[in-house]
Design a protein around this ligand. Structure first.
Ligand code: UD1
Ligand code: CA
Length: 461
């Protein structure tokens, strides 16, 4: 390793983002469940020895607050650009905060899929006292600054689309906006910027020709990973970025041994870890922070959010699992809802149309059909019959139901909390349990069955 100079990372985020037509600042719109600018910060802060500078416009409190709460570990220098006079002007605002012998790395807050390895390549070139410029080739370069090279193939200048002549419009190599250069070179050239262009803005891109004029050397790095330099200007771009991001994540999971039945129909948001030999069916949505073990099967149309799924559990189709732990080899669904605070032990079975909330279901217990189990502890190997309801709410307060081990709760019972049912008790079908139940007894509160002979149902006249 060369003696690493510090890197001043400059992230431009002062633009209004008007084309988003949104009350939310553009760079806070999410891709993969994370703000655009969070992706940029993650890529940049993975480099060693960085100082982070973010250029913001006026009324950026929401942006600042979001970034500071989602990245409490990052030290960020916020720089105000009161008037948006161009990308060069934006970078000028940071100059007083940069280290004279550092390397500057310029990133855009609205280009989320840039990867750390590309950034380190730019920074390494700049450490050799050159200007490194990231470019790409596009079939439809309209709107982008064009890279003008000389006969030797060296980069001469960048010409913005609206300032191009006819021959320059035909150039398919474009400016991504990313560059790295010595801070000294940056400040020397920024001092000479003029705004005599179509938009009367101070263009950062003019730094190229000014550096060249001073005898500086420019290295254009052309990436063919078009997605990694895709900028978000409107909601269409946002959707395109999301697609590329999801494809990239799905590929990474598949490479690590996860089966994804159709990578075009699965969505990951936030931090999600998945162990090998787990399989995800179509239309699964997995939101972090979630950890999924190995040999887990997640059926079609299931949503898992902020949960832990242990090895070998099976989530049948159409389940919603949130803020819950599912034990090894447990089976959930189809059509089950596991709500926050739920903990399902090993081999637990939760069947169709069962809702579990803030409950601990111990190993081997079952609730297979049509139940509500809320604020409840269920002992090991207990069976909750079809249609059982824990009545946990008295209209003002929530109360707990405690059920022991190896209890049999018959179908269609109501357990009125607070109530405790001891081990091995049997609750007859249709019973309303209002008092605690001792161990090993049968309780039953049903009206005794009787026959009424000659009973006639009413008929319509
Ligand atoms: C810019 C480049 C263009 C490149 C394209 C890639 C310039 C002059 N042009 O054009 O060569 O092909 O990006 O996407 O640099 N910003 C500020 N303050 C300002 C102006 C902009 O912070 O005064 C920020 C914006 O929030 C945005 C970024 O800079 O994050 C780029 O600005 P934008 O106006 O989108 O530049 P483009 O016209 O897309
Ligand atoms: Ca742009």
């Amino acid at each position: 390793m060369s003696s690493a100079a510090n890197i001043d990372v400059i992230i431009l985020a002062a633009g209004q983002g008007t084309r988003m037509k949104s009350a939310l600042p553009k760079v806070l719109h999410p891709v993969g469940g994370r703000a655009l600018i969070s992706h940029v910060l993650a890529a940049a802060s993975a480099l060693a020895n960085t100082n982070l500078h973010i250029v913001i416009g006026q009324n950026a409190e929401a942006l600042q607050q979001h970034v500071e709460t989602t990245h409490p570990d990052l030290k960020i220098k916020w720089v105000q650009q009161t008037e948006q006079l161009g990308t060069g002007h934006a970078v000028q605002q940071t100059l007083p905060n940069l280290g004279a012998s550092n390397t500057a790395l310029v990133l855009y807050g609205d280009v989320p899929l840039i990867e750390t390895n590309v950034l380190s390549e730019l920074v390494e070139i700049a450490a050799r006292r050159q200007l490194a410029l990231l470019t790409t080739k596009l079939d439809e370069p309209a709107g982008y600054g064009r890279i003008v090279r000389d006969a030797n193939g060296d980069v001469n200048e960048i010409v913005e689309h609206r300032d191009c002549d006819d021959s320059q419009l035909g150039i398919d190599e474009v400016n991504t906006g990313f560059m790295a250069l010595p801070v000294a070179m940056l400040s020397d050239t920024l001092a000479k910027l003029e705004n005599n262009n179509d938009q009367q803005e101070y263009y950062l891109t003019d730094v190229i020709k000014l550096a060249k004029a001073q005898g500086g050397s420019i290295t254009g790095v052309c990436t063919d990973d078009f997605a990694s330099v895709l900028g978000v200007n409107d909601r269409r771009d946002l959707a395109i970025c999301e697609k590329h991001y999801q494809a990239r994540r799905a590929l990474a999971y598949m490479e690590s041994g996860v089966t994804i039945v159709d990578p075009d129909r699965v969505t990951f948001r936030g931090d999600v870890s998945i162990a090998p030999d787990t399989s995800l069916d179509i239309n699964t949505v997995i939101e972090g922070p979630t950890q999924i073990g190995s040999h887990v099967v997640i059926g079609a149309n299931s949503i898992v959010r902020a949960s832990t799924l242990a090895d070998g559990c099976v989530i049948e189709p159409n389940c919603v699992i949130e803020d819950a732990d599912v034990g090894a080899s447990a089976a959930v669904g189809p059509f089950a809802r596991i709500r926050p605070g739920s903990e399902l032990g090993e081999n637990v079975r939760i069947g169709n149309f069962v809702e579990v909330k803030n409950s601990k279901i111990s190993a081997g217990a079952k609730a297979n059909h049509l139940s509500y189990v809320g604020d409840t502890d269920v002992g090991a190997n207990t069976n909750i019959g079809a249609g059982v309801i824990t009545c946990n709410y008295d209209g003002a307060y929530k109360h707990r139901t405690v059920i022991g081990e190896n209890v049999f709760v018959g179908s269609d019972c109501q357990l009125v909390a607070p109530v405790t049912i001891a081990d091995n008790a049997t609750i007859g079908a249709g019973t309303t349990v209002t008092n605690d139940v001792e161990a090993d007894v049968l309780i039953i509160s049903r009206v005794k069955q009787r026959s009424v002979r000659g009973w006639k149902r009413p008929t319509k006249k």
